[in-house]
Design a protein around this ligand. Structure first.
Ligand SMILES: *Cc1c(COP(=O)(O)O)cnc(C)c1O
Length: 223
């Protein structure tokens, strides 16, 4: 199986849906990213700032770069000038820093709020209650250099398909429930639900995903 044929297969599945494919290229060399690029992919996801910055410098400028991993506040400055979407906003403090760097770069920074949907303790993200509190808080509206475009979630790492589906359904419900809290907020434009990876993207699109983040099903297993 080649990178190109993997992409064709995934895009065929997605063609019946509204979901966009984000090719997760973490750990993969620039040559393989170029293979995916030649197959038509323009959205790439990375989870490490340094790797993202290095690859961005070497690759075509019409690529849209997605920061999909946990983002440390002190590293926002390295990608603020070019990143197209930050999927993993998981704290108020991080959002504040992203707003500050957006201001410095004279940009509005597109962001997704990461929601904790998995059973595991370790996964990052907000609860619904935390999100509602943040969106209603006085400081939030002052963030003029961010644009919250939706939510992101990662399901539990499990073979139980029913559980994964339940968690994706939960994220879609939360997304719908947040809308009334955002209607009056100029820096929120809820439209994206980033959910689904190689093992579960088909379930995710059935449950309303608008962006699937697929790595190994395109590029093969990571070392
Ligand atoms: C690595 C990663 C993916 C892609 O995982 P695959 O199972 O290789 O498709 C998606 N989302 C995040 C946040 C990741 O870190």
């Amino acid at each position: 199986m080649s990178i190109k044929s993997n992409i064709v297969e995934i895009l065929t599945t997605l063609s019946h849906t509204d979901a966009r494919l984000i090719a997760v290229s973490k750990t993969k060399p620039v040559s393989e990213i170029m293979e995916a690029y030649r197959a038509g992919i323009r959205d790439f996801g990375e989870n490490k700032v340094q790797e993202l910055v290095e690859k961005q410098a070497l690759l075509p400028k019409d690529i849209r770069w997605h920061m999909i991993g946990h983002l440390q506040r002190n590293k926002v400055k390295y990608l603020a000038s070019f990143v197209d979407l930050i999927h993993g906003i998981d704290s108020f403090k991080l959002l504040k820093e992203v707003d500050k760097q957006g201001q410095k770069n004279n940009r509005i920074m597109p962001c997704l709020l990461q929601v904790h949907i998995a059973e595991e303790e370790s996964k990052f993200g907000f609860s619904q209650e935390e999100l509602e509190d943040m969106l209603q808080g006085p400081a939030f509206v002052s963030f003029k250099n961010v644009n919250i475009q939706g939510v992101m979630g990662m399901a539990t790492f499990t073979a139980n398909r029913d559980q994964i589906r339940k968690e994706f359904k939960g994220l879609k419900q939360l997304f719908d429930a947040l809308k009334p809290f955002c209607a009056h907020l100029p820096n929120v434009d809820l439209k994206e639900i980033s959910m689904g990876m190689s093992g579960d993207y088909e379930i995710a699109v059935e449950e309303g995903s608008t962006m699937v983040r697929v790595g190994s099903a395109i590029f093969g297993k990571r070392a």
